[in-house]
Design a protein around this ligand. Sequence first.
Ligand code: NAD
Length: 491
Amino acid sequence: MLRRLFALAGSLLLAALCSTSQAATATPDTSTASSEMAEGKVLVAYFSGTGITAGIAKDMADLLQTDLFRISNVQPYSVADMAYDEKARANQEQKQADFRPQMVGNVSNMEQYDTVLLGYPIWAGLAPCVVLTFLERYDFAGKTIVPFCTSGGSPLEPSIPELQALTPQAHWLVGKRFESHASRDDVRAWLQQLNLLGAHTSAAVLDQTAALTQSDQAKAPVFNFEQHSVMLNSGYEMPINGIGTYSLLGDTCYDAITTALKTGVRLIDTAYMYRNEEEVGRAIRDSGVPREEIFVITKLYPNQFFQPEEAIEQALKKLNIGYIDMMLLHHPGHDDVKAYKAVEKAVAAGKVRSIGLSNWYVEELEEFLPQVSIMPALVQNEIHPYYQENNVIPFIQQQGIVVQGWYPLGGRGHTQSLLNDPVITKIAQAHGKSAAQVILRWNLQKGVVVIPGSSNPAHIKENTELYDFELTAEEMAQINALDRNEKHDWY
Ligand code: NAD
């Protein structure tokens, strides 16, 4: 408790304080001997603010071929929240002795792990509060915990006593501080030192499900990068890249969809609110592409929820393509459960194939899901490098629901800052791809379906060429670090 009160007093002072308090606490077992490393399965669990710890943790899980769990707050941190400013949110939280932020997701099978490699950045000399939430949530008795941290210069040791006090029956080994620019070789060397490399092999950790444990991964939808598709929990296959039609009206919309279908795009996102369902339907009918090859998403707007059956019939009539592949509720709103149940009936009647939600986040989902019968197959939310929803995406995927991102390029009026971001343009240059393609590929590797909007034939084509390159874990981490909680629309 003392350590939080003195959190901002500087790490040297803290180091002194904590070594005293360590002697006074229940002397947990701490050793350096790698030969004492417990046999059995390893979990890499980490919290990351800017993506640096995430990069190291992912390398660890990758090298060990073991499971990875991202410890995340329900309320993510923006760049301003993590600023070196006493008033910034993270610093304020670090000062509170008993502050335990709510954590997203769960390690549903902690019993199976014998060793936990626990990573976090050092904040104000200490472990971020959510790491304490994580340790309090599970029983670590008999498990080995090996801490590692990332920091510019602050040591790891002062952050340990409080963590040990929460897990008195765990066996703690002396951990390691990594520099923020630590390489994969540095990570490998440490794992070798711990005698871990080679001993623990399980399923490969996929980048797109990196935030989930292995059993959660079993539920999380997995993208098929060969087929460019994902199997929905409704039993239908959906392409993982498509075209969005927001703000495309009349002939512009018709031409854009015609071009997209000629280019091979097979996923189209429209909505009642976009006032273009008729043009989308007409372009599909005129295209000559077999109906069953195309996947069409449309949405009911909240002002339609009070008479949902009529609204569904209206969408079917305007699109005039037989059935609707997926119907989303566009926003939470009055009567949303009633509207959803009407879509469930339309599924039973064969008019709609899959159901989804849009602009539903963790709290909204927790409240909504128990009230409906059919699990949504998809949630569509704002996602781009400046607004990443890293705490929401794993939560949705753990339910077996596919995540789709709107405004993948930042949205109209915001694309320039993203497309010219130096981190993204450098990665794009390295792969000989455009900035837009790098952003779209980053989404796909996170397990997020992309629906960029465009009426420009060159852009429409470019936005499909996403499968002849792959971003490395380091590049993913660099883009992850661009998150600044910057929403480009109000909902
Ligand atoms: P976006 O992020 O896809 O950006 C579109 C802008 O990027 C356009 O100006 C376009 O000209 C430009 N662009 C597209 N491809 C490009 C490329 N390769 N290079 C350079 N510029 C390129 O924004 P959006 O279209 O508004 O969003 C995508 C789709 O998401 C929408 O069309 C819509 O279908 C959906 N959406 C849903 C919601 C919701 O509440 N559910 C909200 C907004 C958008």
